[in-house]
Every structure is written in C-alpha cells, then in structure tokens.
Design a binder for this molecule. Structure first.
Ligand code: PRT
Ligand code: ZN
Length: 285
C-alpha cells in the first residue's frame, strides 16, 4: 500500500522542530544531510525534504500529500491547500516596521509610501482592507536593510524576538498576522491516505497536548480537597489518594501550561503543599 508523503523543510527554521515532532510521535527514519527523501521504518510515511516556499506547490501538485510550512508561507502561496493542524512551533508574526525616528500615528502613515517585503500578497490584502495605497517592493532577502539604504519608507517582514528590527534602526508598528508552523494538505485524499493522516494527526495531537500540559502532584488537608479539585479539574477528574498521615491526601491532576502559574498560586492559597510538577510525554484525552 502507498505511504503518506509528507514534505518538510530541508534546512531552516522549521526543520529541527519538524523532525523532533515525528521522533516524539514514535516514527523512526534516517535523514542524511543530503537526502532528498526517506521512508520511515515503522510507519507508512515518506518524507520529502524541500525548500519551504515550494511545499504548498508540491502539495497542490500531489507530489506530497501533506506538508509542514509557516502559515505566512501558506497564505502567501495562494495555493488551494488547507491548514489541517497548528503545530505550535516557529511562532512569529508578520509586521510592518518603520525607522525608529518616524512619529507613527497609525496605518494611514503608509498612504502613498513604499514598503519592501517578501510577502506582497498578504501585505496588499492588508493594505486594501485599510484603503491604503502604497508601492510594494518585492525583495526576497534582507528586507530589513531597505529603509536604511533608501529603497523604501518601511518594511513588512517576519518578526520573532524583534532584535533584527532594533539592530537596523527600525520599530514594529503593526502586526499583520500571527504565524506558526502548520500541517497543510488536501481534504480529498483517498480513503487509505486519509486513514494514515488520521493516525498521524492522532499521534501529533498526543505529543502537542503533552507539551501543553503538566502533571501535578500535591498534598492537601482533607477539608481542602473540594476547593483544590475545583481549581484542578484534570482530565476526567483528579486522583485523590490518602497519605500515611491522617487527615491528609495526595491529589494528582493535569494543568494546562497557559494557566499554570495562576492555578499553582490558587492551590497554594487553598492549602496545598509539597507540589511536584512533572512533564507529560504524551496525552490522549
Ligand atoms: O531555505 P528555505 O526557503 O527553505 O527557508 P527560508 O530561509 O525561506 O525560511 P526560514 O527557515 O528562515 O523560515 C521558515 C519559517 O520559520 C518562516 O516562514 C516563518 O514561518 C518561521 N519563522 C519563525 C521565521 C522566524 N521565526 C524569523 N525570525 N522566519 C524568519 N525569521 C527571520 C525574519 O525574516 C527576520 O529576518 O528572522 C529575522 C527576525 O527575527 P528576530 O528574532 O530578530 O525578530
Ligand atoms: Zn523559503
């Protein structure tokens, strides 16, 4: 039977995290540096290693069934390829930036100005939405130097820490979109491939949920159990076990990363002590 073909970035910001994700999904494969493709030994999955910009097109042409790219690249490609799953890594934003000396008061600043970018399609849409007419210069690399060399008034580029902007004397003034790595593909794969994709997505979700949650164990006086259970509802409900010391219990539950510290503070106030927090490798609800 055919394997599912997945296109991933050959070398760049998405590569390492993409490979790590498949390893954590228990999928074994060898990836020599110069390889164009490789087949997993324990899952019907074939990897194609490509430049990220080419991935939406290869998926459109069915050379690959699915792929991993930044949402920015997917949208800019304008290919009829859908976003299947957010993967939570390579988070960044596509933003407008201008020289730090500019007294910026709003997007109207860009009326009749010039902007350098590698994302002319996404930028044009955004400017149209705000009725701004600007001259868009498409350049493929080192966009951040454009204002400094007098090419354009501003830039529209990917920002992560913001340090590239700062070191080029620029400041971020508008966020056009937020991006992260996404699994892309078709919604009309044949039954066999759709089943393989479902199995893959199931595994990826288990890994991502594990990353987004922590296992928590704590001790609490019995009269505080109800209060603590309200704060830590867990998967179905927390485990409560008696301690050797009378009147005390151990509570085990799962906490979401996003609300972690807030909930830890609340359970301490509710009388919890001896709190242990443990990473979760996989989580299946
Ligand atoms: O060779 P190939 O075409 O495959 O790779 P590429 O060079 O086109 O892409 P690559 O590997 O640089 O980025 C792949 C994807 O990673 C992008 O499409 C984004 O979705 C995502 N990503 C996450 C980033 C960044 N963070 C990022 N910081 N892509 C680019 N940058 C660049 C940005 O262009 C700017 O020059 O980093 C600089 C800004 O970083 P900070 O941290 O200084 O703000
Ligand atoms: Zn690229």
């Amino acid at each position: 039977m055919d394997s599912l073909k997945i296109a991933i970035q050959k070398s760049g910001r998405l590569s390492e995290d993409s490979l790590k994700l498949f390893k954590e999904c228990g999928i074994k494969f060898s990836n020599g540096a110069k390889k164009l493709k490789t087949i997993a030994s324990n899952f019907p999955l074939e990897f194609l290693f490509l430049r990220d910009d080419d991935i939406p097109g290869y998926v459109e042409d069915r050379v690959a069934d699915v792929g991993i790219v930044g949402r920015n690249v997917l949208l800019e490609s304008q290919k009829p390829v859908i976003e299947i799953l957010k993967l939570g890594f390579s988070r960044c934003r596509l933003s407008l930036a201008v020289s730090r000396d500019v007294d910026y008061s709003g997007i109207e600043y860009f009326q009749n100005k010039s902007i350098a970018t590698s994302y002319p399609f996404i930028l044009k849409n955004h400017l149209d939405d705000h009725n701004i007419k600007a001259e868009i210069h498409k350049i493929s690399g080192s966009v951040e130097i454009a204002p400094g060399i007098g090419l354009t008034d501003g830039i529209c580029d990917i920002v992560s820490s913001g340090s590239t902007l700062i070191s080029n004397g620029l400041k971020e003034v508008e966020v056009i979109m937020k991006s992260e790595a996404v699994l892309v593909g078709h919604d009309d794969l044949n039954d066999h491939k759709m089943k393989l994709l479902d199995r893959l997505v199931f595994r990826i979700n288990a890994v991502l949920e594990g990353r987004n949650n922590k296992y928590v164990l704590l001790n609490a006086p019995n009269d505080q159990i109800d209060e603590i259970v309200k704060i830590l509802p867990g998967m179905r409900s927390p485990t409560v076990l008696p301690l050797a010391e009378k009147g005390w219990s151990s509570i085990h539950s799962v906490i979401n990363e996003d609300e972690f510290w807030e909930n830890i503070e609340r359970i301490r106030e509710a009388g919890a002590e001896g709190i242990l927090v443990v990473p979760i490798e996989k989580m299946i609800r």
